[in-house]
Ligand binder design. Structure first.
Ligand code: HEM
Length: 550
């Protein structure tokens, strides 16, 4: 749609989607000195508020104040200092991944292989030995990167791994999360039609209700075990543990607000802690795993870029043990590859809507109304909102009206009741202007990026950013915001960068990666569907021990 109608379009009577780079700061960033009118736009509760019966967590707090209190409290577990203390955990699981891939290679190579599959033989630069150099095994990178990131997050959140890498399979709880995401997507969509939402809520099958209960019980157990540990570690739970957990119901804490404001701390209820940690487990693993999968998929289909990256990694590190998080940060081509991977394969594909605040606000140079919005009924179909169309303060749900007109019964009384129902229903729908950003559209906008749909890590190198002769010189790099901006900016980006850099460096130091010869196994990222996050479809990659010791 953006390709057809431009970077600013009306996608629903009360929603505008942006692929214009200025939208990031206009919508998401607090403008200092502007008082309450300069606050970042609040999250739209239709999308973000927790489902009934689920206490709110960091992601689902829609009011700025409570969110800020919780966020401040969690922050110390995510700083660069925390990251340096957590480096050992990341190494442990990346090493395990490398070792499991060696196993996968040796089991798919002939059983006569002389190598030791579990051996920690990283030191000599020759992988499992020259005799295996032409062999290889196929791995599903989506699964393996998910195993890796879930194990890391499990350890940093609950002080216990999910043991996915060890067992070579998803923990039952994780498979459940993937299904729950689809279910949540449907339930959130249904919230746009309140009657349907109530009906769907009642139709949830018993096994799903039971599965949800098992899921809650598992989180409760993990949180309880972690809170029982007092060994001074700095992980995601440390500061919550120090502040203590309130023995209150989740609705019961309004009276505590004033006290909390004074201390700048939020004493959370146990229900909130469970929600926060369930959300962290998904937000902290699924995203990094998909970013790695998308990037490696691009690399194996662009062998000339892969070659440059492999050379950079192997030239910088003579031994596997030299690969550390501070050292991989210095690799400029690796950084460029990951940026380009995040541009083309953003693991959070859609920034669910924010609301225009009371009093209205300006986005990309146009004023949008806040508060209650009235709309006209008109029989003409409005074009999508573009920079030349009128202010969207007058919404017209024309497509809904057309649909209703075609369905109207011939009985005049029934017809009248339908019209009244429709009027009230539509009125209820258009409370506020919603604004949203689709990462894929924003990151592939041809007015922002040269050769926008192609994989060119070079666009991020200084030879492009500083040389006006480069075709990428005029790229609007600020359109790239895979972690977003403002008060809700991804809290885990230090960890995400560390995991992505370390994993790619260690994997490419140890192995040669290729696309499978069988083209039916090739996956086009754009073909993957989205259910809040990106669907899990296997991506096969051929892994061989590195062929040279360079
Ligand atoms: C490549 C990896 C990652 C990407 C691209 C990513 C991207 C994002 C995005 C787009 C948001 C939404 C921000 C908004 O609503 O404006 C977000 C929020 C969040 N992310 Fe990440 N993320 C990644 C990795 C992680 C990791 C490793 C963790 C934790 C261990 C994490 C934890 C969170 C949390 C808790 C939030 C909610 C923050 C809030 O609402 O205050 N993410 N992330």
């Amino acid at each position: 749609m953006h390709r057809q109608y431009g970077p600013i379009i009306r996608v629903a009577p009360d929603e505008i989607a942006y692929a214009h780079p200025d939208a990031w700061t206009d919508i998401l960033q607090t403008k200092p000195g502007s008082g309450s009118s300069g606050l970042a736009f609040p999250k739209d509760p239709t999308w973000w508020a927790p489902l009934p019966g689920v206490p709110p967590g960091l992601v689902t707090f829609v009011d700025h104040e409570t969110h800020a209190l919780i966020r401040r409290q969690l922050n110390p577990g995510f700083t660069s200092r925390a990251m340096s203390l957590q480096e050992g955990t990341v190494h442990t699981y990346v090493d395990l991944l490398v070792s499991r891939w060696r196993d996968a290679i040796s089991s798919s190579s002939s059983s006569s292989s002389s190598s030791s599959p579990s051996g920690n033989d990283h030191g000599n630069g020759n992988g499992n030995g020259h005799d295996q150099s032409q062999r290889g095994g196929e791995v599903d990178i989506v699964r393996w990167f998910n195993y890796l990131t879930f194990d890391i997050v499990g350890t940093l959140a609950f002080a216990e791994s999910f043991d996915c890498l060890e067992s070579g399979q998803y923990h039952g709880w994780i498979s459940l999360i993937f299904n729950t995401l689809k279910y949540n997507g449907v339930m959130i969509a249904a919230r746009f039609y309140p009657a349907l939402f109530t009906l769907l809520g009642k139709l949830v099958p018993d096994p799903m209700v039971q599965a949800q209960k098992d899921h809650d019980a598992l989180i409760e157990d993990k949180v309880k075990r972690r809170l029982g540990l007092n060994d001074g570690r700095l992980d995601f739970m440390s500061t919550i543990q120090t502040a203590g957990i309130k023995n209150l119901s989740d609705d019961d804490d309004a009276d505590e607000k004033e006290k909390e404001k004074g201390t700048g701390k939020k004493v959370m209820s146990m229900g909130m802690v469970h929600s926060i940690f369930a959300q962290l487990s998904i937000a902290g693993s699924e995203t990094t795993a998909m970013a790695l999968s998308g990037t490696v998929n691009l690399l194996v289909h662009n062998p000339e870029k892969m070659e440059i990256l492999v050379k950079e990694v192997r030239a910088r590190f003579k031994t596997y043990e030299e690969i550390t998080i501070p050292a991989v940060k210095e690799l400029v081509y690796l950084d460029a590859v990951l940026r380009e991977g995040l541009r083309l394969c953003p693991p959070v594909p859609y920034m669910p809507p924010r609301k225009v605040p009371e009093g209205g606000a300006v986005v990309c140079g146009r004023r949008l109304p806040g508060g209650v919005s009235f709309f006209f009924f008109s029989l003409s179909l409005l074009p999508p909102f573009t920079s030349s169309s009128p202010s969207p303060s007058f919404f017209f749900p024309s497509f809904l009206l057309s649909l209703f007109l075609s369905l109207l019964p011939s009985n005049p009384l029934l017809c009248l009741s339908f019209c009244i129902f429709f009027f009230l229903f539509s009125f209820a729908l258009t409370r506020k202007t919603r604004v949203s950003i689709t990462f894929n559209a924003m990151h592939r906008e041809p007015t922002s990026f040269h050769a926008a749909t192609e994989f060119h890590p070079e666009r991020w190198l200084s030879k492009s950013t500083e040389n006006s002769e480069s075709p990428f010189y005029h790229d609007k790099r600020h359109a790239w915001q895979p972690f977003t901006l403002g008060p809700h900016v991804c809290i885990g980006q230090n960890l995400a960068w560390a995991e992505m850099r370390l994993t790619l460096a260690k994997v490419l130091w140890s192995f040669d990666l290729e696309a499978p010869a069988d083209k039916s196994k090739h996956v086009l990222w754009e073909s993957l569907r989205v259910f809040l996050l990106i669907e899990k479809k296997p991506i096969a990659v051929v892994v061989k021990p590195r062929s040279s010791s360079d």
